[in-house]
Ligand binder design. Structure first.
Ligand code: CUA
Length: 332
């Protein structure tokens, strides 16, 4: 961390035309922007220069020799060549920009995934090992990072200027962005979509660390994120406990000790209650209804993240046949 620089305070920084570049994508985006900008400046000078020159040289009363009008045939050729050259320039930039946009929105296959949830008014972040943080995102350098972005209330927009990435966080939709950080340091992160009273305070920082420092950070912050404990919380948050706990009056399969057992299904098949079965039962409950039960459970597909699924399954797996047998047990 010794070479890290914080880019959080403008006052500490030398003046910059644009934000510092801290990702591989930032270089690509800036190159295109600079070339477009440079071309516009050159064209602006050419056009303004010609207007001034013609205006002075051919002003009213000037005795300078004027050209004879060109023939119509020749004028058409001049116009055609002019249009085709402009079209060619346009197509070059269209291809360049389109290619860049596709690259920026399609994460490489080897990218690690970090879940991003926007909420009035904070960013909630979750790492692959379950480590969670709010309004601060720790990432390693030199590693492709894919952000799986969604919102739990209104539309927000996740924006890290130093990485040149920005994407809306939309409720009910998972959007992705990716980046590969190149410079250790601290960079600003914003919500870039007006989302209510405290929109302006919905900001944070990205802390880019050397890979070894990031691994240490994950270890230090992930160890108390016990999946069984988190799954137990989710079991209540999502309302599973309302029907599936030992003391519930609802006629639903009680889950204590169910993991690994054989289950007779209503359609006559028998399955083992393993990871895949429980996952399917949460996402597509009507696909495999246990014998003797009505198909009344709603699907949780789209409402529950993969990591939450893993945590709930870890919790169900940890349950013993006698759990919840006495009042006060089972997490309420
Ligand atoms: Cu969230 Cu603006």
């Amino acid at each position: 961390m010794s070479h890290s620089v914080s880019y959080l305070q403008d006052a500490d920084q030398p003046f910059r035309f644009i934000p510092v570049q801290a990702s591989t994508g930032a270089h690509d985006v800036d190159l295109l922007a600079y070339v477009l900008f440079g071309l516009c400046v050159v064209l602006a000078f050419v056009v303004a220069g010609l207007i001034a020159w013609f205006g002075i040289r051919y002003r009213a009363g000037s005795t300078v020799k004027r050209f004879a009008p060109v023939s119509e045939h020749r004028a058409h050729w001049i116009e055609a060549i002019f249009a085709l050259v402009l079209l060619a320039v346009f197509l070059v930039f269209f291809y360049w920009g389109g290619r860049l946009m596709v690259d920026l929105y399609r994460p490489p296959a080897d990218a690690m995934t970090i879940h991003v949830v926007g909420k009035q008014w904070m960013w909630k972040l979750e790492h692959p090992n379950g480590a969670r943080e709010i309004n601060t995102l720790h990432v390693p350098t030199g590693r492709n990072v894919r952000l799986d972005i969604t919102s739990q209330d209104v539309i927000h927009s996740f924006y890290v200027p130093a990485f040149r990435i920005k994407h809306d966080a939309v409720p009910g939709l998972h959007t992705t962005l990716w980046f590969k950080a190149t410079q250790t340091g601290e960079y600003r992160m914003f919500c870039a979509e007006y989302c209510g009273t405290n929109h302006s305070r919905m900001r944070g920082k990205v802390v880019v660390m050397a890979p070894a420092d990031y691994a240490d950070w994950l270890d230090a912050n992930g160890h108390d994120q016990n999946p069984v404990r988190l799954g137990r919380e989710l079991f209540r948050t999502y309302g599973c406990s309302g029907c599936h706990m030992g003391r519930s009056a609802v006629h639903a399969p009680k889950l204590a000790g169910i993991y690994g057992r054989s289950i007779a299904l209503a359609d006559g098949r028998t399955v083992v209650a393993d990871q895949a079965y429980i996952r399917d039962s949460i996402l597509q409950p009507k696909k495999q209804v246990a014998a003797g039960f009505a198909p009344i459970m709603p699907s949780f597909a789209g409402r529950i993240s993969e990591s939450e699924l893993q945590q709930i399954i870890a919790y169900i797996r940890s349950l013993k046949p006698g759990d919840w047998a006495t009042a006060g047990e089972g997490g309420d």
